[in-house]
Ligand binder design. Structure first.
Ligand SMILES: Nc1ncnc2c1ncn2[C@@H]1O[C@H](COP(=O)(O)OP(=O)(O)OP(=O)(O)O)[C@@H](O)[C@H]1O
Length: 210
């Protein structure tokens, strides 16, 4: 999915988070969205995904040459972020079954295979609330990475992951990014240094406006 932002600006109360951001996020390309804490990376991801309205500017979405209305973007989007919660009252198996009713997995990947590739076979009947923070992060990432969507948004993907978890993330992002538009908000180079495109949010007026 191609996303074209023109003059995109976001303000909360009197604070401009970014201003006049014009950029085309190319279909099938991974873009890193960079900037220090509080610069507005998450706000930009939420704006690009249509979850929050821009204060000014426009967003145009296109999938294989066809325009996509903003209200149809959520169905084509998989999103993993620290502020998006899992339903912790469910067991791992129940959660995957529930989640994939709305966000099916890519063809050829079953719920069982997802559990195997997360190395969580022994936890299939454990409640998600009893998972460690690293297990929860691996689960959030796997549900997004292996969702059958053309748009993938990852906000700080290696949050709570140890060295093995980071290696796992890198293996599986590489296995799932081909052909998708991937946006990664980060300030940790190993999370995003494979991305061919990068934008720095402080280039778009936010700093000047603070
Ligand atoms: N709903 C909101 N209402 C008011 N201000 C908000 C809201 N959401 C975010 N902000 C403010 O917007 C600014 C940017 O926040 P944002 O979370 O987008 O930054 P970030 O670059 O993702 O930060 P971090 O790297 O720490 O996650 C912050 O000053 C934050 O307080």
């Amino acid at each position: 999915m191609q996303i074209t932002a023109t003059g995109l600006s976001k303000r909360f109360a009197r604070e401009w988070i970014f201003r006049d951001l014009t950029h085309t996020f190319q279909a099938g390309t991974a873009t890193a969205i960079l900037g220090p804490n509080g610069a507005g990376k998450s706000t930009l991801l939420n704006t690009l995904s249509g979850q929050i309205l821009p204060t000014a500017g426009t967003l145009v979405y296109e999938l294989r040459g066809q325009a996509v209305a903003v209200e149809d973007v959520p169905a084509r989007l998989a999103y993993a972020a620290p502020y998006l919660e899992l339903i912790e009252e469910l067991s791992l198996t129940e959660l995957i079954r529930f989640h994939t009713r709305f966000k099916p997995l890519r063809p050829g990947v079953s719920a069982e295979e997802l559990i195997t590739l997360m190395y969580l076979e022994k936890s299939r009947h454990k409640l998600v609330r009893d998972f460690s923070s690293g297990m929860k992060q691996r689960l959030k990432l796997a549900l997004a990475l292996y969702a059958d969507t053309p748009l993938l948004l990852l906000d700080e993907p290696t949050t709570n992951l140890d060295r093995t978890g980071v290696a796992w993330y890198l293996e599986h992002i590489h296995a799932t990014l081909v052909g998708r538009t991937v946006l990664i908000s980060s300030n940790v180079p190993e999370e995003y240094d494979f991305c061919p495109a990068q934008i720095n949010i402080t280039d778009f007026g936010a700093k000047a406006a603070h």
